[in-house]
Structure formats: C-alpha cells, structure tokens
Design a protein around this ligand. Structure first.
Ligand code: SME
Length: 207
C-alpha cells in the first residue's frame, strides 16, 4: 500500500471509537520497521491524524472536515542546545532557555515556534498539559484563561502529553495538540484515542 493511502478512512467506519481504532492500527503499520527517529515518526503521525480526520467528514457533526491543526510541541531539551555545542570548545555560548516547548512536526498553517513553561511564565493549553502531565480538552478556546491563539479561526482544542514511563520516573517529552474550527470538537472518546496513540508513538521512538 502506498504510504499516503494510510490516511484514507473506509466508509464502514462511522463512530469515533472505530475511527481511533483504525487510525491507531494505521499508525502501528507506519511505525513498523527499524526507523526510531522521533522527527521522522512524529512527522508521519501528525500527517496521518490530520489527514484521517479530514477524510472522515462526519467526525465533528458539521458535515465537513473541521480539524485545522495537528502537531507536536517538544521539550526544548530534546533539541540540540547551541550553548552546549559552543561550550565544548571553551567559549561562553548563548544560553537558550530550557523551560519551553519548541514547535515540532505538524500539519496545518504555521504556528508559534515556542511556548514558555517556566514557573510563573507558563501560559496556554500546551503548557498546562505539559506541566500537569494530563490531557486538556477545551470546548471553547475563548473562555480558556491564557489560551495562545496561533490561528484566530480555532474554536476548540485538545492537548495530550507524551509520557515516557520508566521504573523509577515518568518524564513528559512534549505534547500532541489538535485544533478544531468547530466549538466542542473534542470529547472523552478523542482523549482516549489520542492517549493510546501517544503511548504507541513514545514506545516507537528513541528519545
Ligand atoms: N493554542 C495552543 C498554542 C499552540 S497552537 O494551537 C498550534 C496553546 O494555547 O498552548
């Protein structure tokens, strides 16, 4: 099957539960193999989720595809640190702030490059999901305190943390963020579906 066809949604799928089970198995197929780079795998994941939602137009009850953004914000410590590289040759490099999320692979229009997660400065749905280590569902972004509007057309949003579980600690690597043009676009079924998908993704990558 051509890779692009993994984002097709068969007409037999009519419920959200079926949709997320289908999307999970398509992602599982895409991740199968020895590619464990997180840039590569998160890129295909954001494309798969975004395009599958658009291919399932009854999803938001609006009769048209309503998702307008799907992507990742990652802990800045996962990215190469300019100050560390310069430090290796003895100079005092520029120190990039560590307490922030950086824009990662996504599908949709351009979005803000970073989100502050520092104590007292953190703001927005992504920072809240990251710091509280739990999924945040927002029915109406206008009424969410601190919401960061990357696109003024967005009406609702869901943000799910990427949790790396180990025997002695849990680390949050970043978040998966979806935006919708309809009010109350996401609910508990989306939360359950996306949490399973993030678990699959975290296990499929080297961090
Ligand atoms: N709305 C998010 C910012 C990211 S964009 O939606 C892509 C927030 O409040 O954190």
């Amino acid at each position: 099957m051509p890779h692009a066809d993994s984002a097709l949604v068969p007409e037999t799928i009519t419920t959200k539960a079926e949709f997320w089970a289908h999307t999970y198995s398509q992602l599982d197929m895409l991740l199968d193999g020895d590619q464990r780079n997180w840039v590569t795998n998160l890129s295909n994941a954001s494309s798969l989720i975004y395009n599958s939602l658009l291919a399932f137009p009854t999803y938001f009850g609006t009769g048209q595809g309503a998702v307008n953004w799907c992507g990742f914000y990652l802990d800045s410590q996962l990215f190469p640190q300019p100050s560390t590289r310069r430090g290796q040759n003895g100079s005092n490099g520029h120190h990039a702030p560590n307490s922030r999320l950086l824009l990662g692979p996504f599908n949709g229009r351009p979005a803000c490059q970073y989100i502050n997660t520092a104590p007292g400065k953190a703001r927005g749905v992504c920072a809240d999901a990251f710091l509280k280590k739990r999924t945040v569902v927002v029915s109406d972004v206008e009424s969410y305190p601190g919401h960061i509007a990357c696109d003024g057309e967005t009406q609702s949003e869901i943000v799910c943390p990427l949790m790396l579980h180990s025997d002695d600690s849990d680390r949050v690597l970043g978040v998966l963020d979806l935006d919708c043009l309809a009010m109350a676009g996401f609910d508990e079924e989306d939360k359950a579906g996306l949490e399973k998908i993030t678990q699959l993704l975290v296990k499929a990558c080297d961090w």
